[in-house]
Design a protein around this ligand. Structure first.
Ligand code: CP
Ligand code: NVA
Length: 302
């Protein structure tokens, strides 16, 4: 395993498959009420610069169910929010906890933490990537489709942090990735190039119907990510043709699965009919954050 998980590209194919296998096993054991003490006396610090429901709760529950402990830290409540340096914060935290999961505005903040931390740093979402989300997504896709390789993964909407991690996850696992987004909202160029270097097939189009054609997976995310609030009106106008709705679904394969990292804005990036409809896997996907992150924590901490 890598020392830190900042980008989905930090993981090898074998490491990803191992995490998914461990996650499936833990999920099955949890359903049977089997508990674990594998992370007894281990503590995860969870630092948040932005809001979270799934990431916060699933990481905390993961630590609890593995016999360990999690500490929630809002950056405003610790000295970091009053100007203490990342360097000193990282050095001090390394003396107390066994890993730090952080949700930050700037990806650079995570990179800075890795320079001074002697414990693993986990990206709990930055402006650039959301790798933990994609671990859960791959687990969900594998559960529904029985495989990953060869599937058509279509993204419709903003080429944002989740999209960037999805591009890398597709490249690593052999899924063909198509992104439909308006001009100016493309995924990160460096990430697209990296995915192509990894042998990934990534195409970017302006046409959501074209992207949806023959899709095995249709994925979207909010049009206005945390930090983009000032662009709200402009974004709503620009993204209007990029909604996942019944008409778009008709283009996809008959057994298409619809994914959304959540929170969902019904009537914006996705209609209620679709997100609450028979093709949607969004709540299994949200549940799988727990199982996938347990597996990740076991790999990084034990
Ligand atoms: N998908 C996701 O990361 O959700 P939260 O923002 O609620 O953590
Ligand atoms: N792209 C969204 C994901 C939320 C989980 C955001 O950054 O706000």
């Amino acid at each position: 395993m890598p020392p830190h998980l900042l980008s989905f590209a930090d993981l090898s194919y074998a490491e990803v498959i191992n995490i998914l296998d461990v996650a499936s096993d833990l999920k099955e054991k949890r359903a049977r009420g089997k508990t674990s003490n594998a992370l007894k006396n281990r503590t995860l610090a969870m630092l948040f610069e932005k809001s979270s429901t799934r990431t916060r709760i699933s990481f905390e529950v993961a630590m609890t169910e593995l016999g360990g402990h999690a500490v929630y830290l809002n950056y405003k409540d610790i000295q970091l929010g009053r100007g203490e340096s990342i360097a000193d914060t990282a050095r001090v935290m390394s003396r107390y906890v066994h890993a730090l999961m952080a949700r930050v505005y700037r990806h650079e903040t995570l990179v800075e933490f890795t320079k001074y931390s002697t414990v693993p740093i986990i990206n709990g979402l930055s402006d650039l990537e959301h790798p933990c989300q994609l671990l859960a997504d791959l687990l969900t896709i594998r559960e529904y489709k029985g495989k990953l390789k060869g599937l058509n993964f279509s993204w419709v909407g903003d080429g944002d942090n989740v999209c960037n991690s999805a591009i890398l996850a597709c490249a690593l696992t052999g899924m063909k990735m198509t992104v439909a987004c308006p001009q100016g909202y493309e995924p990160d160029k460096g990430i697209v190039n990296k995915a192509k270097e990894m042998g990934g097939i990534v195409s970017i189009t302006r046409d959501p119907l074209k992207a949806a054609k023959n899709a095995d997976i249709l994925y979207t995310d909010v049009w206005v990510s945390m930090g983009d609030e000032e662009e709200y009106d402009q974004r709503l106008r620009d993204f209007k043709p990029y909604q996942i709705n019944s008409k778009l679904l008709e283009q996809a394969r008959h057994d298409v699965m619809v994914l959304h990292c959540l929170p969902a804005h019904r009537g914006e990036e996705i209609t209620a009919e679709v997100v609450d409809g028979p093709h949607s896997a969004v709540f299994d996907q949200a549940e799988n954050r727990l199982h996938a992150q347990k597996a990740l924590l076991l790999e990084l901490l034990s």
